[in-house]
Write a protein of this length. Structure first.
Ligand SMILES: Cc1ncc(COP(=O)(O)O)c(C=O)c1O
Length: 374
């Protein structure tokens, strides 16, 4: 049960659907979630799970060797890149923070809140570096934030919740910086699969010879966060250290079975990425027609939107939609954003249109005194 006093706007994207279902008494199946950043269609290739049931009496293979081979192929990295699997990439974010210990970890914001939570949990100190106005990485400020206590830098590329893909040259610069200063860099690429073809890249191969680990997950692209499967790409040496800290069998047989099937399902991968690209185009143009909203460019499957009308907050919009079973991500409490930002995930055409039609019904003052600063 989610504490009934916690404001819904403070909940994680993955929790908020359950909370809306409870508070507004709407069955969970009826909730349309634009808050959780996952694909809207579950792949047919895992609908028949009867094969999985034959494995229920078994513990998972704790070296996960077959699954790791599929991950290597899916990631198109060299065979000497080591893989550590986790119960979602969330487990690996927490393991990384745990291994960094109680020093400082630099986190460019706005970004995914779990990095901060993981660092705080082990008694470390998150050091936040504000992005530039267009949400580009502020490399100079990151460099200036390094102190004697700094252990690591954690970034998300493309970034959640901004949708911004950092330039490859910025990432290379960070890799060079951590090598020179003896820090570790974590690059979370959970959304890289959604970047446009000409901008889609991974730094997975660099893990072999740099102080770098790269994270990815099946939750987003395949729309299956319930399975809980993520992984880290690392050098052999770093992987050994993470493996030692890992609790055995955290990745269960359903995740292994589903992961192996999904990573091979290239038809689904192609279909879903093109569906999302076309739906993103349609949704962006519909949102751009609303003078009270401003949409940020996105290389992911979600859009960050700013409400330009001072008298409408993201929380008000959230409440208005939640009563109808439509859930958006209110970004009021996201570090580096504020009460006029919300995030929506691209869903099917019918669902996106339903959202637009609800936005059309919002009572917006006829001549808004538009907010212009970020
Ligand atoms: C950037 C980012 N990384 C990791 C995760 C967690 O994903 P997983 O389901 O693999 O634990 C999320 C979930 O929202 C995310 O946005």
């Amino acid at each position: 049960m989610i504490d009934s006093k916690t404001p819904l706007s403070q909940l994680h994207g993955g929790e908020v659907e359950w909370a809306v279902s409870q508070r507004f008494n709407i069955p969970i199946e009826k909730i349309i979630s634009f808050a959780s950043t996952v694909s809207p269609v579950v792949p047919e290739s895992i609908r028949d799970s009867s094969l999985f049931f034959d494995r229920l009496h078994l513990y998972p293979p704790n070296d996960y060797s077959q699954l790791k081979q599929e991950i290597i192929k899916y990631q198109r990295v060299e065979h000497d890149v080591a893989v550590v699997v986790g119960c979602g990439s969330t487990e690996l974010i927490h393991l990384f923070a745990q291994l960094m210990g109680r020093g400082e970890v630099i986190i460019p914001v706005p970004t995914y809140g779990e990095y901060e939570a993981a660092v705080n949990k082990i008694g470390g100190t998150p050091v936040f570096v504000k992005a530039q106005d267009d949400f580009a990485l502020n490399s100079a400020a990151i460099k200036r934030s390094i102190s004697k206590r700094t252990k690591a830098i954690m970034i998300c590329n493309p970034n959640n919740p901004t949708g911004r893909l950092f330039d490859r040259s910025d990432i290379d610069e960070l890799v060079e910086l951590v090598d020179r200063t003896g820090l570790m860099l974590l690059v979370d690429e959970a959304y890289s699969c959604f970047a446009s073809q000409n901008r889609r890249y991974s730094v997975g191969n660099l893990v072999r010879s740099h102080n770098l680990i790269v994270l990815n997950s099946i939750s987003k692209l395949f729309g299956v966060p319930s399975l809980r499967l993520g992984w880290a790409l690392a050098s052999g040496e770093t992987a050994k250290i993470i493996e030692k800290a890992r609790i055995p069998w955290m990745v269960n047989n359903l995740a292994v079975w589903g992961g192996e099937k999904l990573l091979l399902d290239t038809n689904y991968q192609n279909e879903i990425t093109s569906l999302i690209a076309s739906q993103k185009k349609e949704l962006v143009s519909a949102l751009q027609e609303k003078s009270w909203l401003s949409v940020f460019p996105s290389e992911t499957n979600f859009l960050l939107v700013k409400i330009l009308e001072p008298d409408i907050t993201a929380t008000q919009l959230f409440q208005h939609l939640a009563r109808k079973g439509i859930v958006i991500r209110d970004c009021t409490f996201m570090r580096g954003l504020g009460d006029h930002f919300f995030r929506i995930t691209i869903r099917t055409q019918a669902q996106n249109r339903m959202l637009i039609s609800e936005l059309d019904k919002m009572k917006v003052p006829s001549s808004p005194s538009i907010i212009t600063n970020c």
